[in-house]
Design a protein around this ligand. Structure first.
Ligand code: ZN
Length: 360
């Protein structure tokens, strides 16, 4: 098994709800090259800087460690647990899923209840329950027993970590978004230690699924000229997604030409043209297929990073993924390997002469 694939599987199995990423950060740190200095800022971002040519524009390459899930809101007298959603939970894919409640005394398994099929009315059969209506059963049977186990209001809950290794290079399971990005960035760190290119800040960020602002704290500290964000790209090669684009799972890494989310947030990224050109030219030169994405309804933390200081040249890059925000997100490790290779070639091409000028 390749190092990248093993790192992905290992990281998918570590719970790390937004705001509770410390175990993921520790696992990533342990997998970074020995001798690479790292630090963790007050918000929880894990940062490693690899110094390069100070005359070349500096790069922040980042990817988020956190995953979506729930927070305990109330424990009922009968021991059933009620939760608030944290992040864009796919409620349609929640019934009868297993979860993990992360307490100071250890991780406790639970199940999301679903009404017995034999008793559902025709109306109920096609109805999705919103998160506030869900009940989680840990088997304890009473509020006192649940609390004695360490579960309280505020306890983080994630979908039970799982990995399903499909045929070929495909891996499905929890938190492929964005442990696949985390594993890709570890791979870049492994191969970038002797750096003749620009100064590169590697950041494994926090709070992306919560408020999209964890990476902002790292960026306003690091003052990068360029920010490249690694996350999923919506794969559109299934019948239900066919109208949304041309992104094929296993078809190689992708870049986003447009993202926008208008529901309350009003943000997105229209990438810097020099970075688009750089990725396209490098991919062509290296013989790496490069896919394109343009989506509304998609938003990453890069949207906020780009607005810092005098402006940061920004580009979302990533890997095709299916079934986003479900317990069986699916990616292809071949895409991740190609993405890591592309990033390394791109970084080598960022020289002191690389211009970010907007003048034509
Ligand atoms: Zn993500």
């Amino acid at each position: 098994m390749t190092r990248l694939r093993q790192n992905l599987i290992d990281l998918m199995l570590i719970p790390g709800l937004s705001g509770h990423e410390a175990r993921v950060a520790a696992a990533i740190r342990a997998r970074l090259p020995a001798g690479l200095p790292t630090r963790i800022d007050r918000l929880g971002n894990l940062i490693a800087t690899i110094p390069g040519n100070p005359d070349a524009p500096s790069v922040m390459l980042f990817t988020h460690m956190d995953q979506l899930g729930f927070i305990v809101r109330k424990v009922e007298p009968d021991g059933l647990i009620r939760v608030e959603r944290l992040g864009g939970v796919a409620e349609r894919a929640l019934a009868a899923q297993a979860v993990l409640l992360c307490t100071p005394h250890g991780d406790i398994p639970g199940i999301i209840q679903t009404k017995a099929h034999h008793s559902t009315t025709p109306d109920e059969k096609y109805k999705v329950l919103p998160t506030p209506d869900l009940r989680i059963d840990t088997g304890h049977g009473s509020k006192a027993a649940v609390e004695a186990a360490g579960i309280r209001i505020g306890t983080p809950v994630v979908l039970r970590p799982q990995v399903v290794e499909l045929a070929g290079n495909r891996i499905a399971g929890t938190a492929v978004d964005d442990r696949a990005g985390c594993a890709t960035l570890i791979e870049v760190a492994e191969r970038l230690t002797a750096n003749a290119g620009p100064t590169v800040h590697l950041v494994w960020s926090v709070l992306e699924e919560f408020n999209l602002r964890g990476a902002v704290v790292a960026a306003q500290n690091l003052h990068p000229d360029i920010a490249l964000q690694i996350d999923l790209m919506l794969a559109t090669d299934t019948p239900d997604m066919a109208d949304r684009g041309e992104m094929t799972l296993g078809g190689g890494p992708g870049i986003s030409l447009y993202s926008f989310h208008g529901r309350g947030t009003l943000n997105g990224v229209i990438p810097h043209p020099a970075l688009v050109r750089l990725f396209e030219d490098t991919a062509t030169a290296q013989g790496i297929p490069l896919q394109r994405s343009a989506q509304t309804g998609v938003l990453t933390d890069l949207s906020y990073v780009q607005l810092l200081g005098d402006g940061v040249a920004a580009l979302d890059i990533g890997f095709p993924m299916r079934h986003s925000h479900s317990a069986l997100e699916c990616c292809d490790t071949g895409d991740l390997q190609a993405l890591a290779a592309l990033i390394l070639s791109v970084l080598a091409a960022i020289t002191p002469g690389f211009s970010l000028s907007r003048e034509v």
